[in-house]
Design a protein around this ligand. Structure first.
Ligand code: ARG
Length: 466
């Protein structure tokens, strides 16, 4: 560094005045981007090895850099690294410390590299790692759903539409629906992983470099599927962050619906389930209370997942190519969504693994209403009555029963036949929830046989689970 230059920043060559403290505080990202340290060091090592291979570093300089970076890694991991706000971000904190440790060799590390390509390389490495953790957590939750579905294979509950009793279904069928939702979430994240698997390092600030670098050699070490084709796109693209935020928001929305169902199902009015104490909290004033706070917070935290997606979309929508400092604002929403969704997946897994279902109550609710009405209409269809007419006939039977405070089971054959001469003695046979479940024939339906097939399908996928 020019000895006359008093500026203390790595980029301070052209500056005469120091950065104002307010500007330093305003622009620093080290307090949150320090979580990228492992990936920053990993990418720097690969970069140094390549610089040595192409002759830009001597092998002695390369060894010093690798050693220095290893020292920094252990300093950080043992809590002995001083993260400095005046060094702005993780990239400059590590580089400045390297120069402190090894001098001139350290000052060569930033050859043919810019923070613009460095930051996206770190982010892609970090996100690939996090996607794998999230996908594993999703799979754990799917397995917990599967275990509960299998344990409660025969349990019948009212199926809902409009939150009104619709038709009886198997509880296991309902639980398996969540496995399907989570499977799509997994696939979306894996898709995003595939598109993010591109190595941007070597794009430099935006235009590439005249220095002899070998981007493929860097990538042989970092292991991305390919290297980026266009240096301008490479440093300005944040689609991979938006995609993951969107995938997380959708996943969160699924967990939020689960949270909502748990909140409803634990009310005394429903009493479908009870949660383990380990996932509930009490009230500071009402001693009797056991609240489903984890389910509520799962629902509540989804708001920030959606907000984080909106933040980054809004951040990007007006940005000219290529790098703009605004892009630093991509990190906090992303980190927040990643931390939040992992927490949500863990508590949902805990809640589902420890939930118990109130068999009696579920069955009584499925039986004590008119939810077999569709079965009666289907019965008439089998007797060649056009479906629209059958619908009307059953509608008037329901209305009659409501008026007389009766259920279907209370009606005599003579009463049935006042509504349709096509109704015969065999009507009684279909008036049970078990028969209704059994009678379903369509693929993917709620029949015992179809649900058994689904369980078998997922068991095969999650081999070795039980
Ligand atoms: N902390 C910055 C970010 O997150 C790193 C890149 C800075 N680049 C620059 N030209 N100032 O985006």
């Amino acid at each position: 560094m020019n000895s006359k230059n008093k500026h203390d920043k790595l980029w301070g060559g052209r500056f005469a005045e120091q950065t104002d403290l307010s500007a330093e505080i305003f622009s620093a990202s080290i307090h949150y981007d320090k979580r990228l340290y492992r990936f920053d060091i990993q990418a720097s090592k690969a970069h140094a090895k390549m610089l040595c291979k192409t002759g830009l570093l001597s092998s002695d300089e390369k060894s010093k850099i690798i050693k220095g970076l290893n020292t920094i890694l252990s300093e950080i991991e043992s809590g002995n690294f001083e993260f400095r706000m005046d060094r702005e971000d993780i990239h400059m904190n590590i580089e400045a410390r390297l120069i402190e440790l090894i001098g001139d060799a350290g000052a060569k590390l930033h050859t043919a590299r810019s923070r613009n390509d460095q930051v996206v390389t770190d982010m892609r490495l970090y996100m690939k790692d996090e996607i794998i953790s999230i996908v594993n957590l999703i799979e754990n939750l799917q397995q917990s759903f599967l275990k509960k579905a299998d344990e409660n294979k025969k349990l019948i509950m009212p199926g809902f539409t409009h939150l009104q009793h619709a038709q009886p279904v198997l509880l296991s069928h309902h639980l398996l629906a969540y496995i399907e939702m989570l499977e799509r979430d997994k696939h979306r994240l894996c898709d995003a992983y595939g598109r993010m698997n591109v190595m941007p390092l070597g794009s430099c600030a935006l235009a590439g470099t005249p220095l002899p670098i070998d981007r493929k050699a860097v990538n042989d070490i970092l292991g991305f599927e390919q290297i980026s084709r266009n240096s301008i796109d490479a440093v300005s693209d944040r689609d991979f962050i938006i995609e993951v935020l969107s995938d997380i928001a959708i996943l969160g929305t699924h967990l939020s619906r689960l949270g909502e169902e748990i909140v409803i199902w634990t009310t005394p009015e429903f009493s479908f389930v009870s949660l383990s104490d380990a996932y509930c909290t009490g009230s500071s004033i009402m001693p009797q209370k056991k609240n489903p706070d984890m389910a509520e917070l799962t629902r509540g935290k989804t708001a920030r997942l959606i907000g984080n997606l909106t933040t980054v979309l809004t951040l990007m929508k007006g940005l000219p190519l290529a790098y703009n400092r605004d892009l630093q604002e991509d990190k906090e929403p992303l980190f927040d969504s990643i931390d939040t969704i992992k927490g949500m997946l863990c508590v949902c897994d805990g809640m589902i693994s420890n939930i118990s279902f109130n068999e009696e109550r579920l069955k009584n609710c499925a039986e004590s209403d008119f939810s077999l009405a569709t079965e009666i209409a289907d019965y008439l269809v089998m007797k060649k009555v056009p479906f629209r007419n059958a619908h009307k006939i059953v509608g008037s039977i329901v209305s009659y029963c409501i008026g007389k405070n009766k259920t279907f089971k209370d009606l005599t054959l003579a009463q049935w036949q006042t509504f349709s001469s096509d109704i015969e003695g065999d009507i009684k046979k279909i008036l049970s929830v078990e028969t209704s479940i059994k009678s379903k024939k369509s693929a993917g339906s709620t029949s015992y046989a179809e649900v058994k097939k689904q369980i078998k399908y997922w068991r095969k996928i999650f081999d070795n689970v039980f």
